[in-house]
Design a protein around this ligand. Structure first.
Ligand code: SF4
Ligand code: SF4
Ligand code: SF4
Ligand code: FES
Length: 534
C-alpha cells in the first residue's frame, strides 16, 4: 500500500491509507482509527469517547488489533499510519470487547427491563402499564397492554400471576397486584363506549390460515392483522376461545367477558370459520393452496390426531424449529401446546405473538428468526438497605387485598399503579452499554463485584442521575465544562471508589443549570436520563 499524495489547488498533502477488515480507506493525517472506520462506514463500539473531545481510554470497548502491535489498541486514541492493517471483527477483538463490557457490568446496578417483565411469559411492559394506570390514563394503558396481550380481561382472570413472583416489592409488603391491574385495564376498556382497536399496517394482500381459536391462535390473529395480513381462524368448535372457553371455569372467566374480548379481534378483521376440524373438514394441503401461510395452533392433541395433521411430529407435538416456529414446510408454522404442552394461557398468548412475527418475516421474504426474551442487566433481588432505597419511589402502602373474582376498583388499581417502584431503565433502547452487551453476548455475572447501594438524585426538574448505572466515562463532566456551568460535575475519590458528583456536595439541580439535556445526550448509559418518561 503506497503513501497517497493528493493535490487540491496548489496544496499538496499526504493521506495515509489503511485497511480495516476488508476495506481500504484514505484519511487525513492525524486521524484516529475510530475516525477512519467511520469514514469507511464501519462501526466500532465506543462508550467513553465523544467526537471532537480528547480520548479518555477508560472503557476499552473500542479495542482493535493493529498489525505489528504487541497488544490490542483503543481505536479512539490510535492514530492512523500509512499501510496500517486493522482487525475490527476478529474473534480476538470480539472477546476482548466482551471482557471489557463484562468488567463494566460487574458492579452495574440497574434493570434494563423490570424484573417482573423478565418473568412475564408475554414480556408485557408492566411498569409502563402501571405508570399509566397510576396517572389515570386508561386508554394509553390498554394500548400498552395490547402491545403484548390482546386478551387482558380474560388473562387477568386466569393468569397465575407469574410476573408477580419477580416483583421487587414482594419481600417488603407484597408484590404489586399486576395481574388484577391488567384485568382492570381490560375490563375498563370493554366497558367503554369505544373499546381500543390499534392501527393496522396497510393491507399486504397476504392471507394466513390459523388452525385453532384458543389463546395462541387468537393472539397470533391479532398480531398478524396488525402486520396488515388477512386472517381466517378455523376451529373445530362452534365458538372461538379454545381452552379459555371449553376448559376454564365460567365463574372465573364469564362467557360475556371472553365474547367481548374476542369480538374485538373479529372487529379488527379476523374471520372465524367454526365447526371446521383439520383432518376432518379441511386438509392442510387445501389450506396451503388457499393461503400464503398456515399456523397450527390447535392445542395439545392425542397421537392419533397428530398423525392426521399432515406435518412431521416428535414427542408429544408438531416438530418445529423453535426459533422460527416453522415446520419442515417453511410456509406451515406451529405454536402453543400443539408443539409442546404449555402450562398457562399466557404462555400460549406469548407463543402466538412470536409465531405471528415469524410468519410476517416469512411473508415479507426476510430471514425468519424471532428472539423474544428482552436482554436485561439485572439489579437482582433486594432486601434491607438496598430495598429501602428503591422503596422511596413507590407509594408507601401495602398490597391491596382483593379477591381474584372481584377485581379492583379504579381507586385500588391506581393505588397499585403507584406502588410500582418503576424498576426498569427509562428508554433502555437508547443505552449503548446495553446494545453492546447484547451484541457481544456479555455475561453480567462473570466479574460480579460488590453491588453498590442504589442512589438516585431526583433534585433536577428535568433529569435524574442514578449512580449505579454510571460507568465513570467523564463525558458529562466535559459537557458541563463546555457549557461553562458554574458548578458542573466532577470526579470524586480515587481508584475503584471514584464517582461522578456535583462539587461541594451539591445536588444535580445546582450542578447542571444549562447542560442537563446535553449531558443526557452524551451519557452512553441511562445513568443520566430524562425525568419525563417517553
Ligand atoms: S443503564 Fe443501560 S445497561 Fe444499565 S440497566 Fe439501564 S439500560 Fe440496562
Ligand atoms: S415494583 Fe413495578 S417494575 Fe418493579 S418488579 Fe414490581 S411491578 Fe415490576
Ligand atoms: S453519568 Fe457521566 S460519567 Fe456516568 S456514564 Fe453518564 S456520562 Fe459517563
Ligand atoms: S477507550 Fe475508546 S471509546 Fe472508551
Amino acid at each position: 500500500m503506497g503513501l497517497e499524495l493528493r493535490r487540491r489547488g496548489t496544496q499538496r498533502w499526504e493521506m495515509p491509507r489503511l485497511r480495516i477488515d476488508d476495506r481500504e480507506v484514505d484519511v487525513p493525517a492525524g486521524a484516529t482509527v475510530l475516525e477512519a472506520a467511520a469514514r469507511a462506514g464501519i462501526e466500532i463500539p465506543t462508550l467513553c469517547h465523544f467526537p471532537g473531545k480528547p480520548a479518555q481510554t477508560s472503557c476499552l470497548v473500542c479495542v482493535v488489533k493493529v498489525n505489528g502491535a504487541p497488544r490490542l489498541l483503543p481505536a479512539c486514541a490510535t492514530r492512523v499510519t500509512n499501510g496500517m492493517v486493522v482487525e475490527n471483527n476478529s474473534a480476538e477483538v470480539r472477546a476482548a470487547r466482551r471482557t471489557a463490557l463484562e468488567l463494566i457490568l460487574g458492579d452495574h446496578l440497574g434493570d434494563c427491563v423490570g424484573p417482573c417483565v423478565s418473568v412475564c411469559p408475554a414480556h408485557m411492559d408492566i411498569p409502563g402499564m402501571l405508570r399509566l394506570v397510576s396517572e389515570g390514563k386508561l386508554r394509553e394503558a390498554v394500548a400498552k397492554v395490547k402491545e403484548r396481550i390482546p386478551l387482558p380481561a380474560s388473562l387477568g382472570r386466569t393468569c397465575p400471576e407469574l410476573c408477580e413472583r419477580g416483583c421487587r416489592r414482594t419481600p417488603h409488603d407484597g408484590a404489586v397486584s399486576i395481574c388484577l391491574v391488567k384485568r382492570f385495564v381490560g375490563d375498563a376498556d370493554l366497558a367503554s363506549a369505544d373499546p381500543y382497536l390499534p392501527e393496522k399496517a396497510p393491507p399486504t394482500g397476504k392471507k394466513v390460515a390459523i388452525v385453532g381459536a384458543g389463546p395462541a391462535g387468537l393472539s397470533a390473529a391479532w398480531f398478524l392483522l396488525l402486520h396488515g395480513h388477512a386472517v381466517t381462524i378455523f376451529d373445530e368448535h362452534g365458538k372461538p376461545g379454545g381452552s379459555l372457553r371449553y376448559e376454564t371455569d365460567p365463574v372465573l372467566l364469564p362467557e360475556e367477558v371472553l365474547d367481548a374480548e374476542i369480538g374485538l379481534i373479529l372487529k379488527l378483521g379476523a374471520e372465524f370459520a367454526g365447526n371446521r376440524m383439520l383432518g376432518r373438514d379441511v386438509t392442510l394441503s387445501e389450506l396451503k393452496t388457499r393461503f400464503d401461510a398456515v399456523l397450527l395452533a390447535c392445542g395439545q392433541l392425542p397421537a392419533d390426531r397428530l398423525q392426521t395433521l399432515g406435518v412431521p411430529f416428535e414427542g408429544r407435538g408438531v416438530k418445529t424449529n423453535r426459533k422460527t416456529f416453522q415446520t419442515d414446510d417453511p410456509a406451515v408454522f406451529a405454536a402453543g401446546s400443539v408443539v409442546l404442552p404449555l402450562k398457562h394461557d399466557v404462555h400460549a398468548v406469548g407463543a402466538g405473538r412470536m409465531a405471528a412475527d415469524a410468519i410476517a418475516l416469512h411473508l415479507a421474504g426476510k430471514p425468519v428468526e424471532v428472539e423474544d426474551h428482552p436482554y436485561s442487566v439485572h439489579a437482582g433481588s433486594m432486601e434491607g438497605e438496598a430495598l429501602q432505597a428503591f422503596l422511596a419511589f413507590g407509594a408507601p402502602v401495602a398490597r391491596t387485598q382483593a379477591a381474584k373474582k372481584d377485581g379492583l376498583t379504579r381507586e385500588q388499581a391506581q393505588t397499585e399503579g403507584k406502588r410500582c417502584l418503576q424498576c426498569a431503565c427509562c428508554a433502555p433502547g437508547g443505552c449503548r452499554l446495553r446494545r453492546y452487551a447484547m451484541e457481544y453476548g456479555a455475561n453480567q455475572a462473570r466479574f460480579r463485584g460488590e453491588r453498590p447501594v442504589y442512589t438516585r438524585d431526583d433534585s433536577h426538574p428535568e433529569i435524574v442521575f442514578e449512580e449505579g448505572k454510571c460507568i465513570k466515562c467523564g463525558l458529562c463532566v466535559q459537557v458541563a465544562a463546555e457549557y461553562k456551568e458554574s458548578l458542573g460535575l466532577t470526579f470524586i475519590g480515587r481508584g475503584f471508589n471514584v464517582k461522578i458528583a456535583v462539587p461541594f456536595n451539591e445536588v444535580l439541580r445546582e450542578g447542571l443549570k444549562l447542560a442537563a439535556r446535553a449531558c443526557v445526550a452524551a451519557c452512553p448509559t441511562r445513568a443520566l436520563s430524562p425525568k419525563k418518561l417517553p
